[in-house]
Design a protein around this ligand. Structure first.
Ligand code: HEM
Length: 511
């Protein structure tokens, strides 16, 4: 009865709002005090405002160039820093190795599935499920399968670089950036679907690349703000072509993948007694209806994987190729050393057939070192790769991180650690001729060991062939005036890219 006397007989909106505000502020204050002083992560240094709310982390990640920001903060706070209530960034090489170890797996964070809507090799977070999916690909990415695919890859690169060479000889200024994208996409198309997208042939970007670019932008936002997925569905209802284009990019990519895979499957079925052309998906497509296959994927799963491969294998390889060209054409010394090494395996400049194959290039130490150095400085995915601390927590350096803590290891910082890489900002391929154990461990261009990029051998094959063919077919070229240190500065928009968004070559003025 007494209690009832305290309940006001008339409750108005103002009173409810005031009570809600008091409760909200109180709860925020209590949570902040807990996060700052009592949470198991409270001993880890970092800006105090990062510890009390995830907003700081989201804003920095969304505004672009976050890798530079985190790099500056690492200099201030050291190799372990708290960047949000439940997120720790780690720039210590041994701890990064532990986080990405295949023997004690820190599973992937939800960030991946937020970025894309469907499950695929990249976004699967459950490690057992991932292992089965990876096994399903069997030897698709093995060296023996890549050896079968090599002639296709070489032909595509040669076709493109010869064409560029002709344009240069005709006196045109050529921006090689789109050409590298077209080549990488044509290669993925051919290897995944047995289909040439024909972009180099037509010298034009097609819908696939346009959708890839849009998709990467949307994925970057979705990864940080999961609710954006639903907003983007709402946006798709607005009949403006620009908005529609962005919100439907992922579906359109899936559509291409599905169509191309169906075609390839028919080709394989109609060619039972012959040799279907080699591709990354041939065995999997063969097994779609085979109930006895050990690891079987259905057509939807295959479509999801193919969409991922278009995205993962195009931008990445093309961007590294761009910086490979930049380094080769900017540094006469590096160029001459590589030319001397290439001549040792019969490589010649100009249009004559020199019989160069990837097998001949693969063993060349200077070429290998150069590609490692380009990947160290210019790898496209240098942002932190979110991983979650497993059950029971784990010690990491001087701290103990409870289960569920998210850890980020950004390659941008690891690759520029002056204690590991002398003069870290200088391009020095020689450093990789006799690398230290720390240098090898710090390299995360293709991710960490537990979820390393399956396309890495394919990508390095493309880069080896690309380097040899640039020097072969563009021997009369030099950087155009538009290509400067400033235009090639790195900017980060989810993936790393160049500030000027182009790399123009021209015929040597002296020739
Ligand atoms: C120079 C070129 C490339 C670079 C620098 C690169 C880099 C990376 C990185 C850093 C990851 C790890 C992401 C993570 O841990 O979350 C990754 C994963 C992946 N990459 Fe690549 N990649 C390249 C080319 C390719 C190509 C050509 C393909 C396929 C055609 C490919 C397919 C994949 C796939 C399927 C994954 C997911 C693997 C997993 O999560 O377990 N990548 N790549």
């Amino acid at each position: 009865m007494m209690l009832l006397n305290f309940i006001p007989t008339e409750i108005n909106v103002q009173q409810i709002s005031a009570a809600a505000a008091i409760l909200g502020t109180g709860s925020f204050l209590m949570t902040s005090i807990y996060q700052l002083f009592f949470s198991p992560l409270s001993k880890i240094p970092g800006p105090w405002y990062a510890a009390i709310s995830p907003i700081f982390f989201i804003v920095i990640s969304l505004r672009g160039n976050s890798v530079y920001y985190w790099q500056r903060l690492h200099k201030q706070y050291g190799p372990y820093m708290r960047v949000s209530p439940n997120t720790v960034m780690v720039a210590d090489i041994d701890s990064a190795k532990k986080i990405h170890s295949p023997s004690d797996v820190f599973r992937k964070g939800s960030w991946y599935l937020n970025a894309m809507r469907f499950e695929n090799l990249l976004t699967i977070t459950d490690h057992q499920k991932f292992k089965l999916r990876r096994r399903a690909f069997g030897n698709a990415f093995s060296n023996s399968n890549l050896a079968l695919l090599e002639p296709l890859v070489r032909k595509k690169i040669e076709f493109c670089f010869k064409k560029i060479g002709k344009h240069l000889d005709d006196g045109q200024i050529v921006d090689i950036k789109p050409w590298l994208y077209w080549t990488a996409a044509d290669i993925v198309g051919e290897l995944c679907f047995g289909k040439d997208f024909g972009m180099v042939e037509n010298e034009a970007e097609n819908q696939i690349i346009r959708n890839c670019i849009k998709f990467v932008l949307v994925a970057g936002v979705q990864a940080q703000i999961p609710y954006f997925k639903y907003t983007s569905w709402l946006l798709s209802l607005i009949p403006t072509s620009a908005i529609q284009g962005f919100s439907k990019a992922e579906d359109k990519l899936s559509g291409y993948g599905a169509e191309a895979l169906t075609d390839l499957r028919h080709e394989i079925q109609n060619c039972k007694n012959g040799n279907p052309r080699p591709s990354l998906f041939s065995d999997l497509l063969d097994d779609v209806d085979n109930p006895n296959a050990k690891y079987r994927l259905d057509m939807t799963e295959l479509r999801n994987e193919s969409t991922l491969f278009i995205i993962a294998g195009t931008d990445t390889t093309a961007l590294v190729g761009l910086y490979l060209a930049w380094v080769l054409f900017r540094n006469a010394d590096i160029r001459q050393k590589l030319i001397a090494e290439l001549k040792g395996v019969g490589w010649t400049q100009g249009d004559g057939d020199d019989g160069i194959t990837d097998e001949k290039l693969n063993g060349l130490p200077y070429l290998r070192a150069l590609i490692q150095e380009i990947l160290r400085l210019y790898a496209p995915a240098q942002i932190g790769l979110p991983r979650v601390v497993p059950d029971n927590g784990r010690p990491l350096g001087p701290y103990f991180l409870p289960a569920g803590t998210e850890c980020l290891t950004q390659a941008y910082t690891l690759h520029r650690d002056p204690a590991v890489f002398e003069d870290p900002l200088v391009v020095k391929p020689e450093r990789w001729l006799n690398p230290t154990r720390e240098m090898e461990t710090a390299m995360m261009a293709f991710g960490g060991t537990s979820r390393v990029c399956p396309g890495q051998h394919l990508a390095t094959m493309e880069l080896r062939l690309g380097a040899a063919m640039m020097l072969k077919y563009w021997s009369n070229a030099e950087l155009a005036d538009s290509c400067t240190d400033e235009s090639m500065e790195l900017v980060e928009r989810f993936l790393i890219t160049s500030k000027g968004q182009k790399l123009e070559l021209q015929k040597k003025k002296s020739s």
